[in-house]
Design a protein. Sequence first.
Length: 373
Amino acid sequence: MESAGSLQALPAVLALELSPGEHPQRLSLSRDEAAELAALVAEDLCGLVPEVAQARLSLGGAVFDAVELLRPGFPVWATLDELARRVPRGQLENVVAFGHHDGRMPAQPLEPDPAYADGPMRLLPLSLLASEDLATALSERMEVELVGRGEAGARTADWLMRSLGIRLEHARYLSRNDLLALTCVQYEHVNLAPLWQMLEAAMLTPYRPEATLSARGLALRYAEGKVWMQSPAQWLAGQGGETPQREHAFAGAVFELRQYAALLEAHGLPLRLEAESPLQGPGWLAETLATADPAYGAPALFAHEAAGLGVVAVTVAQAGPAGRAQVLAHGYPLQAAALGPLVTALADSFGAGSDLYALGRIQLDEQGQLGMP
């Protein structure tokens, strides 16, 4: 529950579970369409919780993925509430809706991102603005009634299917707390409970640091609006096992780093490496370990590769006397398109040539750490 002025905001969603293979023909509604849908939604909600009639219902005429709604500060709901508060009370029978005009929504946070449009569930944001004396009781009723019997009415579901060009398995109302709980269960089901712990901290207690371990044991820390993750190379230093097991474990750690990076980015939460001298760019992370030694050879770039993952790390190293080598940095491409920019950034930072020597495997030195041949 959020407060601003004399009204309390009670955020909710209309969750649309699509039939298999279905995709909405569009992601937003016009102003008139949004108003038409809002009237149907108001009728549904008043039937479930009659006290809703005493509050102001606001509806965002667009459908989102959960990653777009569950972000620090909840920007979609914050924008929806801000717009709703500007409308004089009593207009439109205390129901306000926001749709697109000439293809544009009234504020950027209400614009769905097509990059997240293929999920099996689409979410339409709602909010109720209620007076302080009504808000607590209304919130409690909503938490009970929506999760128990919050199925959308037949007229509402039919309208959505016709307007968005989709077939639905279910359409039901959820409070934001319900959506948080549902997403938590989904992440736990795919072994991402530590990731959810970081997201939950960023959304619900952003002022409080949080720490945990990933499923593979990489240290994670939330602080000051960012998530810090132990680098795979640093993590490898604390692992045991023979070389093949260490190589396999390192590939798994990089896979986990990529997975976390993609999901945190989708939720609007930046990921950084927990390292003394981290480097970063779009789609890649890196760590500096040492400065170039003029007594050694020119820095060169080496690509560590793993089956199914491609290049998992790029090591900058110098060859020295008697077969010795000095490692200067490790970089981690988080997506295939980022390998080129990562190589350029490392070459520029260390004065290395732009040639990338493919190792065809994960190369470990005699101490079991990332190295060069």
